[in-house]
Design a protein around this ligand. Structure first.
Ligand SMILES: [Zn+2]
Length: 216
């Protein structure tokens, strides 16, 4: 399953996406608009583009691929529903595609892995290990395909970060990672993120990571 982060429609549905939802450990906004470049290329447009490219590549490899949304709904899905969609599909792997909105000068990609959390309906114990394996493979292949370096502002140069505050990870019962492909607020990263040829490389890297993970 591919989860394109955010939704272009979120910008016009502030009230709906601000509604808190239960993420097990606490409550959090249904969804967010995501970031954008200074010139207005939105993260939501970026994630859909990379997700479409990734879907094509994974299908060519023989995978059955489902998107959590294709901008075919007014906003969202909410983060709890994004998790439930992967769970209901019994997905072998879920990749949530994002780009970051950090300070200029902060560059590079990172893959976010679920922390061990338990609370309410959230219990990530069964997915922490396989998600790390998925994430390590995606990070390695992403670096190889794009030539990008691991983020210089998070993850200590490993290209990996572990978070306990993301509902889409906390509520997942199947292996899942977020890929932050670059920083939409850094001019050098923006030059990559806005380049269709680079986005194809990003999708190729993610696909290669998923393939390696699934083939064990
Ligand atoms: Zn995002």
């Amino acid at each position: 399953m591919i989860d394109p982060g955010h939704n272009p429609g979120n910008f016009a549905h502030t009230r709906e996406i601000n509604r808190p939802v239960d993420i097990g450990t606490n409550r959090k906004e249904c969804d967010t608009t995501g970031t954008s470049t200074n010139s207005g290329y939105t993260e939501a447009a970026f994630t859909l583009d990379v997700s479409h490219r990734l879907r094509t590549l994974l299908r060519e490899l023989g995978a059955t691929v489902v998107l959590t949304h294709d901008a075919d709904r007014p906003y969202g899905p909410c983060i709890d529903e994004r998790a439930r969609l992967g769970n209901a599909a019994r997905a072998d792997a879920v990749v949530s595609v994002h780009a970051d909105g950090s300070a200029a000068g902060n560059r590079g990609f990172h893959v976010i892995l679920p922390a061990a959390v338990k609370g309410g309906t959230a219990d990530t114990a069964p997915i922490v290990g396989p998600s790390r394996s998925l994430g390590v493979n995606v990070a390695r292949e992403f670096a190889r395909a794009t030539g990008s370096a691991p983020a210089n502002y998070v993850g200590g140069g490993t290209g990996l970060d572990v978070r306990e505050d993301l509902g889409g990870l906390n509520l997942s019962t199947v292996p899942k990672v977020f890929v932050e492909c670059g920083n939409m607020r850094d001019p050098k990263d923006v030059a990559l993120l806005t380049d269709a040829a680079w986005r194809q490389k990003a999708a190729q890297g993610i696909a290669a990571g998923v393939r390696t993970y699934l083939r064990g």
